[in-house]
Design a protein. Structure first.
Length: 268
């Protein structure tokens, strides 16, 4: 597996986080490693149709309160989908060059949105975690820029569509993805993508993931419970159901799911 060459700054969020960080880091390495071949540069499954990663984290194991606090629950967050007061929050750290991330986006995430987000149980908060160089950075900043116009999830779907990764993520290609996603003001998108605000947002997410010990993508926190890799759907549904039960099993009523266009499912 390729290891990103980047300074990793520790994230201090309370006692006990070191244990959780170690768990997430170890699980991330094991779950994201391809089973039958040497890993490609993205550190992910070489083919979207390849085998799912081995389950390495028991969804019934205890969550970490320090990690649960990383859910931002910002109703104006354009990189999130679902109610800000949903009882369960899944934080997703991902890279657009990651084959496993694409597999999750296409095969699993839409079903989670339909089953849990639409009914108000689950909120998904995306974190840009570009770990494989300039193309990943371009895509991450493009994702942020699309979010400024309420089009992150359509951009997410375009970026993870079959064949998109093979076309690369040059600056021009990312702008083409924005057009495909229906971003209304492409001139503004181009400026936002290169802005200091975009770079700062991506770095914030990246530092958060590195501080947790994540070394590969995708990595997840479900109400503070670490899960790594494009696991089978049941791993996520079991973890969400357990988190809902621990939260008292209550679902909020009324109100919207989130920012504009947020209800467009990803990965389709």
């Amino acid at each position: 597996m390729s290891s990103p060459k980047r300074n990793r700054k520790p994230l201090f969020i309370g006692a006990g986080v070191a244990v959780a960080a170690l768990l997430l880091g170890l699980a991330s390495y094991t779950a994201t490693r391809p089973e039958d071949s040497a890993p490609e540069a993205s550190g992910a499954n070489p083919t979207a149709s390849g085998p799912a990663a081995e389950v390495t984290v028991d969804p019934q194991s205890g969550a970490y309160p320090e990690l649960e606090k990383l859910a931002r629950r910002d109703a104006k967050d354009g990189l999130a989908i679902g109610r800000a007061d949903a009882p369960v929050v899944m934080v997703e750290y991902a890279d657009f060059q990651c084959g496993f991330c694409g597999k999750f986006a296409r095969d699993t995430e839409p079903e989670l949105i339909e089953k849990y987000v639409d009914e108000g149980t689950l909120r998904i908060e995306w974190r840009n975690f570009p770990i494989f160089g300039e193309p990943s950075e371009n895509a991450a900043r493009g994702a942020w820029a699309a979010a400024q116009q309420g089009k992150f999830w359509p951009f997410h779907a375009a970026g993870y569509a079959k064949g998109a990764k093979e076309k690369g993520f040059s600056a021009d290609r990312v702008k083409a993805l924005a057009k495909e996603a229906g971003v209304p003001d492409l001139e503004r998108f181009a400026k936002d993508m290169e802005s200091e605000a975009a770079k700062a947002s991506v770095k914030r997410d990246q530092d958060e993931a590195y501080g947790l010990g994540a070394t590969s993508t995708p990595s997840f926190l479900i109400n503070g419970r670490p899960i790594a890799g494009a696991q089978p759907k049941e791993t996520f549904t079991d973890a969400i159901d357990a988190a809902l039960k621990a939260a008292g099993g209550k679902k909020p009523q009324g109100a919207d799911a989130g920012p504009a266009d947020a209800k467009e499912p990803s990965g389709r």
